[in-house]
Write a protein that binds this ligand. Structure first.
Ligand code: MG
Ligand code: MG
Length: 259
């Protein structure tokens, strides 16, 4: 059953995803060689709580941290740790909040200092794939239209699409129906209706698409240990173009201010 949100509920979802965007912007200011990913987690938790919200991931299904921090070959769901970021790393930071009983959920992959040009291309293409998916997210389209657009963008640039993890509906629960795969066929899947709220989140690998689940029970990494990138928007479906609830400008302004 795919839920249709009221305008009041979409307002709360926007409030959450703006706070997630601001939290990711705060984290961005601290991403540099020498910082540990646990320090980033602490910064995020303090920031979220100081804004009167609750970290959405902490305790979700037993997840023990505020952020998922996934470095280089880690795809998603990485644990913050004593690992110290190094020049040339990429780091996916996925963040959730709860305000008013609704969730925020958005992610951004950051470069640590100067990165390899091919890795830069992976980041650029993954974000472009997200935007191509969002272009398809409108009332009357189908989930498969989003999926196909993401997949085409990634694969036509020589990258591969993770199959095991997908986007999802967002609301009072972090993972609602429908699933939003990053691969698929146009014209297939559930019909999109005004008032649905979806997370679109391409996970794109530089090498092969195969992934491995680590023994911590959470971390997903590429089997070939080549880098993977991840960007995530929450969007509300409208009759015209999608109403994006996440604000990457806040994050990118913070990135620019630190470089
Ligand atoms: Mg997420
Ligand atoms: Mg998500």
């Amino acid at each position: 059953m795919i839920q249709i949100k009221t305008e009041q509920e979409i307002k709360l979802l926007r409030e959450n995803n703006i706070l997630v965007s601001d939290t990711l912007a705060e984290v961005a200011k601290h991403i540099r060689p020498g910082v540990t990913t646990l320090e980033l987690n602490a910064i995020a938790e303090t920031f979220i709580r100081s804004h009167g919200a609750v970290p959405g991931f902490l305790g979700y299904g037993g997840f023990p941290y505020t952020l998922c921090v996934s470095v280089n070959e880690q795809v998603v769901h990485g644990f913050p740790s004593e690992y110290t970021l190094r020049e040339g790393d990429i780091v996916s930071v996925d963040c959730g909040t709860i305000i008013g009983g609704f969730y925020g959920d958005s992610a951004y992959t950051f470069a640590v200092g100067e990165i390899d040009p091919q890795v830069r291309k992976l980041l650029d293409v993954t974000k472009e794939a997200l935007y191509k998916g969002v272009e398809q997210a409108r009332a009357g389209a189908r989930v498969g239209d989003i999926s196909a657009a993401v997949q085409h963008c990634a694969e036509s640039n020589g990258f591969s699409v993770v199959r095991e993890l997908v986007g999802h509906g967002l609301g009072r629960d972090m993972h609602e129906e429908p699933e939003v795969p990053n691969y698929g066929n146009r014209g297939r899947g559930p019909l999109l209706k005004e008032g649905m709220v979806l997370c679109i989140e391409p996970m794109i690998n530089m090498g092969g698409r195969a992934v491995v689940f680590e023994q911590d029970g959470w971390t997903v990494r590429t089997r070939d240990r080549k880098p993977s990138a991840h960007f995530e928007f929450a969007v509300a479906i409208r009759k015209g173009e999608a109403d994006v609830l996440t604000d990457f400008r806040r994050i990118e302004d913070a990135v620019r201010s630190t470089t």
